[in-house]
Write a protein that binds this ligand. Structure first.
Ligand SMILES: [Fe+2]
Length: 286
């Protein structure tokens, strides 16, 4: 049995969120959901995530899992919101603890922030299996872009986060704390061991020129034509290209709010005495 996959594209951040459903039982998972965040006013909204809620209701889906491929730096996650809305379990790779520890220092978070993954219901290890109804979901560790990155393999579909982008865009940066270009090359080789017809679902697309965003690329197409990671590009070649390229990249627009919320599962920091939550700006640090 193959899953039914529905994609939702969030224009402002170029992010794809997915609903993955088992037609036999109508159980489903949501992967990498986006919470709207306006950087000018620090206002969040669930407008985009509510499209996912509406889709689930219209199709009588029971969402059991809200899954993250990693702690995203370019958009705020609707993970906690959808977890609470659906009564689902929120899961991420067990590497999140290292990401939390690194950013706890950077943001000088207090004792109330525990870098132990307890903000999530489930921490996933390489090789572990979940189920969506009758469909097994295999977890593959994909360190490189971040050290908590994982892919979810369901039937002939794999949800790969930022492990690869579309062939004409290439790969994601590896210069965040815990990122490592050599590890990313090795992770991609592991992905390339999947059958050639495997449908790789991307977390982002930033289409060059007039091309429309695409969410899906086969293993065969990536191996043949990925700009940075097609077959035959050695680890050394990739690492020198990636490191040089990362030196010239600006930080993502939403990195400061996104990381502070996403290490909390997509939640705001605890409110202060006046009932308002505040995010921090570490000056001259990043
Ligand atoms: Fe990312």
């Amino acid at each position: 049995m193959q899953p039914t996959v529905t994609d939702f594209f969030h224009d402002a951040t170029g992010t794809f969120s997915y609903v993955v459903a088992d037609a036999a039982t109508r159980e489903a998972a949501v992967i990498d959901a986006v919470l709207n965040y306006d950087p000018r006013t620090a206002r969040t909204s669930t407008q985009f995530a509510d499209r996912i809620v509406a889709h689930a209701r219209e199709n009588n889906l029971r969402v059991r899992w809200v899954l993250e491929t990693h702690a995203h730096a370019d958009h705020v996650s609707a993970g906690a919101y959808l977890r609470d809305t659906f009564g689902a379990q929120l899961a991420i790779g067990s590497g999140i603890r290292k990401v939390q520890a690194a950013f706890k220092q950077i943001f000088n978070l207090g004792e109330d922030f525990k870098p132990d993954g307890s903000q999530f219901d489930r921490l996933l290890q390489d090789g572990e299996t979940l189920t969506i109804g009758t469909l097994p979901v295999r977890v593959l560790a994909m360190p490189g872009h971040t050290n908590d990155s994982i892919a979810y393999v369901v039937g002939n579909c794999a949800f790969i986060g930022d492990t690869l982008f579309a062939p004409d865009v290439g790969s994601a940066r590896c210069d965040f704390p815990g990122g490592d270009a050599r590890l990313l090359h090795a992770s991609v080789q592991k992905l390339y061991q999947l059958p050639e017809s495997t449908r790789l679902f991307l977390c982002h697309d930033y289409p060059p020129g007039s091309r429309l965003p695409r969410c899906e690329v086969s293993v065969a197409e990536q191996r043949l034509s990925n700009l940075h990671l097609r077959d035959g590009i050695s680890a050394d070649q990739f690492v020198s290209m990636r490191v040089a390229r990362d030196r010239g990249l600006e930080a993502p627009n939403l990195i400061l709010p996104a990381i502070q919320m996403n290490i909390r599962g997509g939640r705001k920091p605890p409110p202060e005495a006046n009932g308002t939550s505040y995010l921090k700006l570490p000056v001259d640090t990043l």
